[in-house]
Write a protein that binds this ligand. Structure first.
Ligand code: GBH
Length: 552
């Protein structure tokens, strides 16, 4: 249906936008407040596992510098912030009979309150890859369906019980393909299992990823069933999963390459999306794997089918696909960015797997909407500028390739919504900050905010300015009624003393009005080092942000 003409160049007034992060990539403080180890703690410390040999012990120090991160979010004027909870802060040993850790729960609870006080909608990922190490040791983590499903569901229950009065947007899992393939197939991510004996003493890449993926689907689905049966009526939130997936273009018009592109999508996306939204594994997965593909029982399938309220979408690039590869994790398609005529598909990022191709993003939005018929939340999208880590800070802040990437992405979202009729409801740029980029360590920078790891100072890049300005200009003003509705939906403002109203869609001016600090902020600076190192960077950040806002 055609929208009224004046809305053609804008997104709906209730569109959510903001930035995303994940616990292990930003928090650091791996020993604080009773946190248990995650599988990434020691994995990153093994020689050769990260490009720069660095680990997640400090990261962007966000567990201690949460105030600086909040100030940034307020300065940017975001409507929402996507972050993840560290399972091992909440249940240090992870299991359903293991004790919960009140100090860890309190940290997230306070952080959620602080977001709401600033009018920012918390968008919470329950699991973004940091499995409690104890569960891996105890029974093999995601390889043990019967144990992990129960433990994950109990962990989710604690999250709903403790945060669900205030959190109305839940993501069960981030990117099951990455959990399964990178953790248990290629072995490049924790726990690092693989058939490649140069890489890992244990693992079977031909079976384990498919087993792990099956457990992830079931854990997700049972957590959703729990939410819907025991929490949703009272808490009124939405819950779903977020999948990675990049658009697949046939290398040329040959039938085998057209088929290869579909096979790539079937494995990258259909592996998880088809069971969850349609109720079965893709036919191509059966064909490719035969008996290696785990089967759902009818009872399991009844829980899996329809277990996501929306389509959570992480996407970064587009691949040209050729038939004939041996890589099952790509559906036996070969990926390339070089077209038959020798030209490149788009601008090359720092990572080999990423080029900028905004048309592909728009096509993928259309494909997913037609196939799965769910509202789409874009929960990650972003770009790492080539060689940014070896630039001076000044050079890095002038991130023209990233600005170009987000211009294309934003225009693609708008065109998909207004011209193609795709129901896109949210967009989160990856990432709020440069951070621990998993196996890349800190050399690959995805932030729209630069982090100087020597001082932990944060500096907005040009891309942050671009994205904030773009959303400020491209969202319809909210109808009064809608605004009241939305404000009531995520928070019961009345029950939270000091809650600031979010105001209109343009909240960039509210930076000055942000509460100076939350009441218990000093708890985190009780150690003198924290206080000394924090004070001046924050003062400088505030000055920087004012200058930044002046520039808008
Ligand atoms: C996201 O995954 C993650 O959610 C986030 O934590 C991360 O920081 C961000 O991307 C940036 O990387 O060449 O075979 O190893 C993105 C999805 C899928 C992109 C796997 C890279 C590489 C495949 N990723 N892909 S391979």
């Amino acid at each position: 249906m055609a929208a009224p003409p004046h809305t053609q160049d804008k997104l709906p007034g209730d569109f959510l936008w903001g930035f995303a992060t994940a616990s292990f990539q930003i928090e650091g403080s791996t020993d604080a407040d009773g946190r248990g180890k995650s599988i990434w703690d020691d994995f990153a410390k093994q020689p050769g596992k990260t490009l720069d040999g660095r680990d997640g012990d400090v990261a962007t120090d966000s567990y201690r510098r949460w105030q600086a991160d909040l100030d940034l979010l307020v300065a940017y004027g975001v409507r929402s912030y996507r972050f993840s909870l560290a399972w091992s802060r909440i249940i240090p040993l992870g299991g359903r009979a293991d004790p919960v850790n009140e100090a860890g729960i309190r940290w997230y609870s306070d952080f959620i309150d602080a977001l709401l006080e600033r009018g920012i909608v918390p968008f919470v990922t329950i699991y973004h890859w940091d499995l409690p190490q104890a569960l891996h040791n105890r029974y093999g983590g995601w390889l043990n369906k019967d144990e992990i499903v129960q433990d994950y569901v109990r962990y989710s229950r604690v999250c709903f019980e403790r945060f669900g009065d205030r959190v109305k947007h839940w993501l069960t899992m981030n990117e099951p393909w990455c959990i399964s393939v990178l953790g248990y197939g290629r072995g490049v991510f924790a726990p690092g299992r693989s058939s490649d004996r140069m890489r890992s003493p244990e693992g079977d890449s031909s079976t384990e990823p498919w087993i792990a993926g099956h457990s992830v689907i079931l854990a997700h689905a049972h957590a959703v069933q729990l939410y819907r049966s025991e929490f949703k009526a009272a808490q009124g939130g939405q819950i779903g999963i977020t999948l990675n997936g990049d658009w697949a273009l046939p290398y040329d018009d040959s039938p085998q390459n057209i088929a290869a592109a579909q096979h790539a999508l079937d494995v990258a996306i259909g592996w998880f999306a088809d069971p969850i939204y349609l109720g079965y594994y893709p036919a191509y997965l059966h064909e490719m794997l035969g008996a290696r593909l785990p089967a759902f029982t009818p009872e399991e399938l009844a829980v899996v089918k329809g277990s996501s309220d929306f389509y959570g979408m992480n996407t970064y690039t587009t691949n040209l696909c050729k038939a004939g590869g041996e890589d099952e994790f790509q559906g036996r398609a070969e990926y390339t960015f070089t077209r038959p005529d020798g030209t490149q598909l788009g601008t090359q990022a720092h990572c080999a797997w990423l080029q900028d191709y905004p048309q592909g993003f728009r096509e993928l939005l259309n494909y997913l909407y037609k196939r799965y018929r769910k509202p789409i939340y874009v929960t990650e999208n972003g770009f790492a500028v080539k060689d940014e880590n070896s630039m001076s800070i000044e050079q890095a802040l002038a991130d023209a390739d990233r600005v170009q990437y987000f211009r294309g992405a934003c225009q693609s979202v708008l065109a998909a919504v207004r011209e193609d009729g795709v129901d896109v409801r949210a967009y989160f740029a990856w990432s709020l900050l440069d951070n621990f980029e998993w196996a890349d360590g800190y050399v690959t920078r995805f932030g729209l905010t630069y982090v100087d790891y020597e001082t932990q100072e944060r500096f907005p890049k040009d891309s942050a300015k671009f994205v904030c300005q773009w959303f400020k200009e491209h969202i319809e003003p909210e109808e009064k009624e809608d605004e009241d509705k939305r404000r009531d939906e995520p928070v019961t403002v009345e029950q939270r003393p000091g809650a600031a109203s979010r105001g209109t869609s343009s909240t960039l001016g509210s930076a000055k009005a942000a509460p100076a600090s939350k009441q218990n902020g000093d708890a985190h600076s009780s150690n003198g080092r924290a206080r000394r190192t924090r004070k001046s960077p924050i003062a400088r950040l505030t000055a920087y942000v004012s200058a930044f806002l002046g520039g808008l």
